[in-house]
Each structure stands twice: as C-alpha cells, then as structure tokens.
Design a protein around this ligand. Structure first.
Ligand code: GAR
Length: 214
C-alpha cells in the first residue's frame, strides 16, 4: 500500500471489540487508515480504556448532555473536524444520526452491522435471524446514509446458523467474523479501492474479493 494514511475516527458506544480489531490492524504502518481518535457517546464505554492503553486519543461526547439529535451531531461534527478526520468508522455506535450529518459525511462514513443486510436491521438482530429460521447469517459493512442500516454494502461475511443455538452463541460467532471483515473493509475504503458512486459501491479490480468472506 502506498500513499498517505487516512485520518480515521472510530466511534463506539460499548465494549469496542471491533475497535480493538481495527487498532490491531492499524498498528501496521502500511495499513491505509491511521486511527487518530476514538470517540464514545457513553462515558463508561469499555472500549475507551482499550484505546487509551494503545495510546490513541479518546473523547467522550455524552449524548445525554445535548438537547436533541441535531445538537449532539453538531458537537460530534465539530470534534471530527477539529481532529482533521477524513474517514469515520462506526463500531458498535448505537446512536441514530441526523440526515444533515450523514449527508455531510456521505462516502466517508461506514458502519458494521451483525446481519446479512438488507435482512434483520435494527436491534435484537440475532433473535430476528433465529426467529426467521435462516441457515446463514453474518455481518455487513456499508456506507452510512440517512436510512438506518440501509446504505450501499461494501462487504459481507457469512456465518452458518447452528440449529438450536442461542442468540448469544450466534452473536459470538458473528462477532469473530466482524473482526475479520471490518479491518479488510476499512482498508478498502481508506485506500480508495472501494468508494461510493451514484448510490453504489464501486471497487478497484478484484478488491471486492477481500470483503466477500465465506
Ligand atoms: C457489533 O456486533 C456490531 O456489529 C453491532 O454492535 C456490536 C458492537 O460490538 N452494531 C450494531 O448492531 C449497529 N447496528 P463491539 O463494541 O464489541 O464492537
């Protein structure tokens, strides 16, 4: 990989295991994203300690301190601008974002969701998958648009569903797949090998094979 590394913020709300996988990948100077900020909307998010231990600047913007989504998103945007952020990576960030914010960062903000989108959006995803009786679940990385869990898909990983397993079991195996998929997908977007064009994800050559995991 050649060229300048993209200044990247990882946004979390909780334990931050996907963030940790990204920090591990970005520890390689050849990785095209440099994580320069970990930002949480929850002061107690477990991932903050992990980021601090890795020497990454952290910031908390507590949504409870803001009067409404637009005010929170304005504070978020200001923090990202202040840090010179070029790529925003949502990793278990459990806040809905306003259309003004998603429009501004369109093509420069991505999310991971623990299902094979467009199936099973929102919360209680693994319960939804098991109730749906699907034989395969998995995870998806997508560009963030105004509609929740609906932006153009960048990459997916497939996880077979074991008959009779619990939502927690499926969640744990899906999480392991997320930790493989997300670093690969962030690398593609940071390097420009995957980009948003006319509402679709376009890839350089066979780069898509690195984010199409079975
Ligand atoms: C992950 O499974 C992620 O896909 C999910 O939250 C979990 C966060 O775990 N995100 C969503 O459901 C977003 N719609 P982590 O904090 O250990 O990365």
């Amino acid at each position: 990989m050649t060229g300048r590394r993209r200044r990247t913020a990882v946004l979390i709300s909780g334990r931050g295991s996907n963030m940790a996988a990204l920090l591990d990948a970005a520890a390689d100077p050849a990785y095209p994203a440099e994580i320069v900020l970990v930002l949480s909307n929850r002061p107690g998010a477990g991932g903050l300690a992990r980021a601090e231990a890795a020497g990454i600047p952290t910031r908390v913007i507590d949504h409870k301190a803001y009067d409404g989504r637009a005010a929170f998103d304005a504070a978020l945007d200001a923090a990202l601008e202040e840090a010179g952020i070029e790529l925003v990576v949502l990793a278990g960030f459990m806040r809905l974002l306003t259309p003004g914010f998603t429009e501004k960062w369109l093509g420069r903000m991505i999310n991971i969701h623990p299902s094979l989108l467009p199936a099973f959006k929102g919360v209680h995803v693994h319960e939804q998958a098991l109730a749906g009786g699907v034989r395969f679940s998995g995870c998806s990385v997508h560009f963030v648009t105004a509609d929740m869990d609906a932006g153009p898909i960048i990459g997916q990983a497939v996880v077979p569903v074991v008959p009779g397993e619990s939502p927690d079991d499926l969640a744990a195996r899906t999480l392991a797949a997320e930790h493989r998929l997300y670093p690969a997908a962030v690398a593609l977007v940071a390097s420009g090998e995957a980009a948003l064009a006319d509402g679709r994800t376009v890839y350089a050559g066979d780069a898509w094979t690195r984010v199409t995991l079975t």
